[in-house]
Ligand binder design. Sequence first.
Ligand SMILES: [Zn+2]
Length: 179
Amino acid sequence: MKALSIHQPFASAIIEGVKKVENRTWGYLSLTGQTIAIHATSKRWNPGLLEKSQIRKLWPKCHDPKSFKLGCILGTVRIRAILGVDDPAVRNDPWSTGPKCWLLTAPLKLRKPIYCAGKKGLWTLPDSIEWKMTRSDWPTPKRPKCSCESGKQVCCLVSTDLGLVQGCRDCRPKGKPIF
Ligand SMILES: [Zn+2]
């Protein structure tokens, strides 16, 4: 499974489902549909007053920045699309700045974050971390819908050639249950 290291509080905003757009200078169409891990960097957030008020405007429930977990995997998210900043799907999103907008969906938050070092760019999780993830608790108040035609809720993770993918009971009957 691939992972993206993101500074706080943005990593948490993504995992909480508040921030649905991740801005990058790059993005490949082949990433569409992939599930990736969201890693919070170890850098502590040190916002200016203006930055803080802007974040609170977009995320009223944003808690004390000091409480954001650092240097760990927070959970997973699925890349729904890689779009240009002018695309109607992201144009009016307040988090969207581009030039490439990664439209994210189906955030899944680990009950306990998994601490590990991050890297730049899209990096591959070590086997040991992926192993821990498949055996972790995956509670979530809202189960995301599966990307298959069944329309059922995601209930499992399966190891495939492409890494870990989410699935429902219909399309991934042998998946490792996560709920
Ligand atoms: Zn399915």
